[in-house]
Unconditional design. Structure first.
Length: 274
């Protein structure tokens, strides 16, 4: 497709995906909207590690509809919800204690991160620090075992390939570089905090329109994504390819700056509408 036909598709395919995702949320499980990780954290902290299978399945299909049609959302959040819910369901159905069920939820979260990034250590640290929020031997060992098994299964299916396998080799040439890295860390920290605040602001503003049906809201969000993608097509999708290109310096400096500035806005819009 070329010209105007292609432009119409770029605009309306994300809108269609948003509409489908909104219908799933509206009529299947309204609790399926929003980020995935806070749902798991809340369940572990105050809900006795009870996660709803209905919510997880709804989130799975809604995420597939939105991400598959180009909305700038991550695939890892839904993976964490689904895997953690499997752990929760097994724990509940097997009659395990709340503490044991929490551990199984942590195992699911660790497995999700491990499989997504081929990073078992990252999966373990994520589950211990963010999901469990504590380090206990009785939970640490099962989580490590789950991460190892997830690594084995993942590598047998997709090969031993890192999520970002094109990272150049960096060397520290001189101690003079340290101050620049410190400044870089401060800038990145501020940028990350700004991104989160902007996403929360968009979400809060959208929540004020309670009288607007969820499918219409998500459809409008998809339409906005499509309009942004007309000028910056790299923003479509979950961002793994763009991140890989940026890390490997595959694109020229202008492209790096454009994508780096437009992708967060696109993601804030996608996340904020549901």
């Amino acid at each position: 497709l070329e010209g105007s036909d292609r432009e119409w598709l770029i605009i309306f395919i994300p809108a269609l995906g948003g509409l489908i995702a909104g219908i799933i949320i509206e009529y299947w499980s309204k609790d399926a909207k929003g980020a995935g990780v806070p749902i798991v954290m809340e369940a572990v902290a105050i809900k006795k590690a009870r996660l709803s299978a209905k919510k997880a399945v709804a989130k799975c299909f809604a995420s597939a509809a939105s991400i598959g049609t180009g909305m700038s959302l991550g695939r890892v959040g839904p993976m964490i919800v689904i895997c953690s819910t499997i752990g929760s369901e097994i724990g509940q159905r097997a009659g395990k204690t709340v503490e044991e069920t929490r551990t199984m939820v942590g195992c699911g979260a660790a497995s999700a991160i491990t499989a997504a990034f081929n990073a078992p250590l990252g999966g373990v640290l994520f589950a211990i620090e963010l999901i469990m929020a504590e380090l206990k031997t009785r939970s640490f060992i099962p989580i490590v075992v789950a991460a190892v098994i997830a690594t084995t299964v993942g590598r047998s299916l997709t090969g031993d390939v890192a999520a970002f396998d094109s990272i150049p080799h960096y060397t520290l040439s001189s101690p003079i570089e340290y101050p620049f890295y410190i400044v870089l860390g401060i800038i990145i920290g501020l940028a990350a905090a700004t991104f989160i605040k902007l996403m929360n602001l968009v979400e809060d503003k959208i929540e004020n329109f309670d009288n607007v049906p969820i499918p219409l809201r998500t459809c409008i969000g998809g339409l906005c994504v499509g309009l942004i993608a007309l000028s910056f097509p790299h923003v479509l999708g979950n961002g793994f390819d763009v991140t890989s290109d940026l890390i490997s310096l595959d694109t020229d400096n202008n492209d790096n700056l454009i994508v780096g500035n437009s992708f967060p806005i696109d993601t804030d819009v996608s996340s904020g509408v549901g």
